[in-house]
Design a protein around this ligand. Structure first.
Ligand SMILES: *Cc1c(COP(=O)(O)O)cnc(C)c1O
Length: 416
């Protein structure tokens, strides 16, 4: 690598950071010194507001007020209250999002509920390259309900949907591919499904908190997403589920628990679903994690999804340019067209795993995805343009020096 290749970009990055619309939001996070954090698409960074909020919840609400906090501190309503906050970030009007369970569990609830809304239809479409949990659950739902699961790339989804016609119950896709960072045509695929009378379920794990999603505008039926990625809710934060208002009154989800009952404290033997999105609730929510997520969402105050998207694209565009300037044998797998790009950049290299470990040793934290991808996420609230150029510089040095070949960088922990 020509060691000076990135120098002009460093100055440009500084200038972009000084003028960025989101220049003030990084200060809302606690990031360790010397770390460039490019894994917010896997575990978001810690918002500064969270530790004090959790201390208050544990010492005051739980410690002092004990069970009274279910009423006094608004614990009972928290899944819907926090749901509305998430709703703002994904383009959902209030009353359509609930924060509950994990993405995996919510996928099950929504996919079964979707099939029950389309009785007699026998086909479910999904992407063969989906995140594994999405595939496992789609397969299980198909077995349970005796449906056919057809795997088709989102590239071919519109044609496959038209061909399936009135046999199609549900098209279930991810908005952004977790591996390649490709962003799919949510509005186009949704419209195609509606033309044949089918429903859509979108997985927003890699888009919520990083870009506009526009659920209501695109007339999406159902959606799920993570609380711990770009939403920064912390490890194991509960996920969210969206059911469009027009489906709620008849939405019949398969894990009806007492907290989703119309009158939970009547303790009746028969299940009567709550009106509205509350029927998606099953059991008692993980309050500490849920309230951590609520505090974390404060980091989005005054920030619009469009502003997140502008910052995200500005960061990934600059990073791709910097990677190109390295002139290394790295393939940029993520689409270069901004419209088709999520908020990450994935680079292909046969030694991807060891390169990621060597970068982490230098304080540039990204992750590896099988079989050969270096995956770097650009969380728009706290990653800077200077980080993007510096990360590329470190990557160039790791490759030039060959240090990634050191034996310690090929050791695999339980989590990659
Ligand atoms: C992160 C992610 C998940 C994770 O599901 P959990 O139930 O939270 O473990 C699921 N689907 C996609 C597409 C993801 O990116």
């Amino acid at each position: 690598m020509d060691r000076t290749a990135l120098d002009p970009m460093t100055a440009r990055a500084r200038d972009l950071d000084a003028r960025a619309e989101l220049r003030a939001t990084r200060a809302r996070f606690r990031l360790p010194a010397g770390v460039i954090y490019l894994d917010g698409n896997s575990l978001g960074a810690l918002p500064d507001s969270v530790p004090a909020a959790i201390a208050e919840v544990t010492t005051q609400e739980w410690g002092e007020r004990l069970i009274r906090s279910w009423n006094e501190a608004g614990w009972w309503e928290a899944p819907l209250r926090v749901g509305d906050q998430v709703g703002r970030l994904v383009g959902a009007a209030p009353g359509q999002v609930v924060v509950t369970d994990s993405t995996s569990v919510n996928l099950f609830k929504l996919m079964v509920g979707a099939a029950r809304l389309r009785p007699g239809r026998t086909l479910v479409l999904t992407d063969p390259d989906s995140f594994p949990t999405d595939l496992y659950l789609a397969h299980s739902v198909a077995r349970l309900l005796d449906l056919e699961l057809r795997r088709v790339s989102p590239t071919d989804a519109v044609a496959a949907i038209a061909e399936a016609a009135d046999s199609l119950a549900l098209a279930a896709f991810s908005h952004v591919d977790y591996r390649t960072g490709e962003r799919w045509d949510l509005a186009g695929i949704t419209a195609a499904a509606h033309r044949v009378g089918a429903l859509v379920c979108w997985d927003l794990c890699h888009s919520a908190g990083a870009m506009e999603v526009g659920l209501d505008e695109a007339e999406v039926d159902l959606a799920v997403g993570c609380g711990y990625k770009y939403l920064n809710g912390g490890p194991g934060a509960p996920a969210f589920a969206y059911v469009a208002e027009r489906h709620q009154a008849v939405f019949d989800q398969p894990l009806p628990g007492w907290t989703g009952h119309a009158r939970p404290f009547a303790m009746t033997a028969g299940y009567v679903p709550a009106p509205g999105i509350a029927r998606l609730r099953s059991g008692t929510p993980p309050l500490l994690s849920l309230l951590a997520l609520e505090a974390a969402l404060g980091a989005f105050d005054g920030v619009s999804p469009a502003g997140l998207r502008r910052q995200s694209l500005s960061l990934t565009t600059l990073f791709i340019e910097a990677v190109d300037a390295l002139e290394q044998s790295l393939e940029v797998v993520t689409p270069r067209e901004p419209d088709r790009r999520g908020s990450q950049v994935s680079l292909r290299h046969p030694d991807a795993f060891a390169i990621v470990q060597a970068l982490i040793a230098r304080g540039v934290i990204g992750d590896f995805r099988e079989p050969d991808l270096i995956r770097l996420g650009f969380a728009p609230l706290y990653v800077t343009h200077a980080d993007a150029v510096q990360a590329a510089r470190q990557l160039g040095e790791v490759l030039d020096s060959g240090e990634f070949r050191r034996p310690e960088f090929s050791h695999r922990g339980a989590v990659t």
